[in-house]
Design a protein around this ligand. Structure first.
Ligand code: ADP
Ligand code: MG
Length: 631
């Protein structure tokens, strides 16, 4: 008989298991409900894939994201393992064929979303299947206390009713104790074996600093970086902006966000992975599947929305086990921004009702109907037709998507981006030769003032209106200009696609989830507060603060974070006196900021800051109105 290790070698080519993988696999093979709590990249997938391969029959995998399903199905297929995924937007007939295959075609894996599981036909088929394992990936989505709550995850318990004897394995990387307990409860697991890796990352130095001149900080860190780095930001615009700034100071970087096409994403990811580009400036879209060993720095230049996301993103540093730094740079404005971006913009149940009603009117969905119907969706047109505030509408639609009421395709929210690669003079001389290009080009220049500075999102509807040209004409002109090497164009003209997942029941549809929405909103606000608390606490070891948040206790301070550094590296008084003398000499000439001081002196910044504190306490120096040190 094959053993897990043989399967691992045969299909994956690995010679040994990582951490708890083998114990987890044994537990599933023993037919026990199992919880695998391993960090991102910890190798959770094989924990259900290997037991499934060792047993006769099929493994049902519930996964929250189509992208995740597709990834896993493709990599299984490459290994010659029969796997399929039920995606959104397939016809009833296609669905039946896929399910027929899964049932009678010797398939080993069937991936589906929790929404799909609600369909009666899907349930009927699954009941007939010879199921050997039920895997729930990203299981924390079932908990309203988790960061990615998906009410539809609650439907998963139907699988237990269909196959009472089959073990369920729940997999997650994020689980605070409350979330873990709640997840086990909601999934109705029976006396599960729980396997948990410590979340402590000994080689990462967590640092938090307050700084207005963020670029300067990034430059100092990345200037001599020979490995890779990620700079995380919280908006697409900022990603483009910071990327330009880095390039202008000679740091090789690229930007990455959810608005790029799949091709571009692949290209950029490859360039970064192959070290052609050292730094990736990215939004949280840069996450799934990023398994790169020598990331030396993960720098956050804006506050993240939760410690869960922060920990995951920071955790992409130092996968190779070598020393790495996770730095969070923030300033006073970021505190306001993080609340504005992640708390004030939350859609209330009332907002959701309004948008949902507008949506069903827009698509003329009859009461009680519409489930699994797919529509092509032009967001701009939708907002214009009903004079909706695009920001609120955008958030509400995304919330409806997350709640499993609708599903938006990945094109949603994308815009055409234009990046001029020549000077304005060259462009104007081109216009003289091409009247149509001149009409359209000048309209674009008029609407988007700073377009020469950075790649700019362009609203083609607006350009069409202002220039009086058809969108198709505008596109062909832009394409010609691209061929003539005047600009780079990322074109998104395909409308997004919107699928209703449940029948229209007006306010009732929303009422069902209203409580969840309110809880979710409260929880998000609380998560933001926890982030603010983390950055403000300069007394407790940073690593300890983080892992305590994830329920670990009785640990020693890490000794390498910004807090530990301050505490352990208490300088001796002889050295302090030396530094103090130099500082006083400097300040005699002029008042200076701590940065200016540390640039002039050859001591480490940490030491200089300590001495500055001592001098302040002794009232030898003061801080003036410009926040500079003076005598
Ligand atoms: P998770 O779901 O926990 O984030 P994955 O299952 O996607 O992690 O696995 C992350 C990476 O680790 C994958 O590239 C996978 O091939 C690799 N991996 C998994 N198990 C092992 C192992 N025993 N030895 C080496 N690499 C492994
Ligand atoms: Mg995974």
């Amino acid at each position: 008989m094959n053993r897990p290790l043989q399967i691992l070698e045969k299909y994956w080519g690995f010679s040994s298991f990582k951490s708890r993988q083998e114990a987890i696999i044994d537990s599933v093979l023993n037919g026990q409900d199992t919880v695998a709590l391993l960090p991102t990249g910890g190798g959770k997938s094989i924990c259900f894939q290997i037991p499934a391969l060792l047993n006769e029959g099929i493994c049902i995998v519930i996964s929250p994201l189509v992208a995740l399903m597709t990834d896993q199905v493709n990599s299984l297929k490459k290994k010659g393992i029969k796997a399929l995924a039920l995606k959104g937007g397939i016809s009833f007939d296609e669905l039946r064929i896929l399910l027929d295959n899964a049932t009678y075609g010797n398939y080993k894996f069937l991936y589906l979303s929790p929404e799909r599981l609600q369909q009666e036909m899907v349930q009927n088929y699954i009941k007939q299947m010879n199921v050997n394992t039920i895997a729930v990936d990203e299981a924390h989505c079932i908990s309203q206390w988790g960061s990615d709550f998906r009410p539809a995850y609650r439907n998963i318990t139907i699988l237990r009713e269909l196959h009472p004897l089959v073990p369920i394995i729940a997999l997650t990387a994020t689980a605070t104790p409350k979330v873990l307990e709640n997840t086990i409860d909601e999934l109705k697991l029976e006396l599960p074996n729980i396997f948990k890796d410590s979340f402590v990352r000994k080689n990462i130095s967590y640092q938090v600093i307050v700084e207005d001149d963020k670029l300067y900080r990034i430059e100092r860190l990345l200037k001599n970086n020979t490995g890779s780095a990620i700079v995380y930001v919280r908006s697409r615009n900022t990603a483009v902006e910071i990327n330009n700034q880095l390039n202008s100071i000679g740091i090789s970087s690229a930007f990455y966000h959810g608005g790029l096409s799949a091709d571009e994403k692949d290209r950029k990811l490859d360039a970064w992975k192959n070290n052609n580009v050292s730094t990736m400036v990215a939004t949280n879209a840069f996450g799934m599947g990023i398994d790169h060993p020598n990331v030396r720095f993960v720098i956050h230049v804006q506050l993240p929305e939760s410690l869960e996301s922060y920990f995951q993103e920071a955790g992409r540093a130092g996968r190779d086990g070598a020393p790495a730094t996770a730095l969070l740079i923030h300033n006073a404005y970021d505190k306001i921004l993080v609340r504005k971006q992640f708390v004030d913009s939350l859609a209330t149940p009332a907002d959701l009702k309004k948008i949902y009603q507008t949506l069903v009117n827009y698509f003329r969905i009859a009461y009680g109907e519409g489930a699994f119907s797919e529509h092509s969706f032009n967001f701009t047109d939708f907002c214009q037709t009903y004079r909706l505030n695009t920001f609120v509408a955008y958030n509400a639609l995304n919330t409806l998507d997350r709640l499993g009421i609708i599903q938006l395709s990945k094109e949603f929210g994308r815009k055409t981006i234009i990046n001029f690669t020549v000077s304005s003079e060259a462009l104007l001389s081109y216009f003289e030769r091409d009247i149509l290009a001149s009409v359209i080009g000048k309209t674009i220049l008029r609407i988007y003032g700073g377009i020469f500075d950075s790649p700019t999102k362009v609203n083609l509807d607006l350009v069409a209106k202002k220039s009086g040209q058809k969108i198709s004409v505008i596109i062909s002109v832009l394409k010609k200009m691209e061929r003539d090497e005047l600009l780079e164009l990322s074109l998104y003209i395909t409308d997004a696609c919107l699928t209703f997942l449940v029948p229209r029941e007006d306010d009732k549809t929303i009422n069902v989830v209203a409580k969840e929405v309110e809880l979710l909103n409260t929880k998000k606000a609380d998560q933001v507060e926890k982030v603010l608390k983390y950055v403000a606490d300069n007394n407790q070891c940073r690593s300890l603060q983080l892992v305590r948040y994830f329920g670990e206790s009785n640990l020693e301070p890490c000794g390498i974070c910004s807090v530990c550094n301050m505490n352990t590296k208490k300088i001796d008084m002889t050295e302090a006196r030396l530094i103090a003398k130099d500082i006083l000499l400097l300040l005699k000439q002029d008042s200076q900021s701590s940065r200016q001081i540390s640039e002039s002196l050859r001591f480490t910044e940490a030491k200089i800051i300590q001495v500055l504190k001592l001098l302040l306490d002794a009232e030898k120096i003061h801080i003036d109105q410009k926040n500079k040190y003076c005598i």
